[in-house]
Design a binder for this molecule. Sequence first.
Ligand code: URA
Length: 241
Amino acid sequence: MQTRLDKLLSESLAISRQDAKKLLAKSSVTVNGIVVKKGDKKVDTDKDDIRANGKGLISEKFVYIMLNKPEGVVSASTDKNDITVIDLIKDDFPRRNLFPAGRLDKTSTGFVLITDDGQFAHDILSPKNHVPKTYMVTVDSPITDEVIEAFKNGVTLADGKTMKTATIIPQEDKYTAIIILHQGVYHQIKRMLGVFDIGVNSLHRISIGNLRLDDQLKPGEYKKLSSVQLAQITNSKFTKN
Ligand code: URA
């Protein structure tokens, strides 16, 4: 987060702006090892190492990032062969221990949430909380009424496991559909449609809970989420449909 240095000092150390200025005047504050005396200096709390009397400032406890995952990138923290979602953003957050909260297949695209808040990730992924995830898919055969009904009742996969109720809304052409899931099973959509011999050509996640992927984000782009936006994910808990 970009902010003025005197504002950050006064907020983090719970001192007045005036006292923050005094601290700066005493050469007590460093940014990336260099003494800074100007209160209006812009700093980035995720990138810069900001210290007062040698002690690092506590800034935001956790970060939450919306990424538009491109095709070919894996939803993992590290990978020997492929570029990961963390590789795409890590230079902007060098001091964070980030991981993706939930996965998209390598070939899938769209909204991946990345954070360093383990409890938050656990909460939104827990099947108990039913946080819905919405996808736009294109397929190689038309979606029939039989598929719509089966999704509602719970599709039984080839391995015998029955999925929770899900929603599929075919678009006019029947080769494009919106799918809403309340659980995250490996290759879930591909396997659910596979039961009906329907192949998936493309799969794009458009929302998590009530928070939609920002359509200004091009593949590979990302942005930090505000607490208001995060609430659009957590407030969607228990809205099972
Ligand atoms: N279902 C899938 O098959 N793949 C995804 O990436 C997400 C849901």
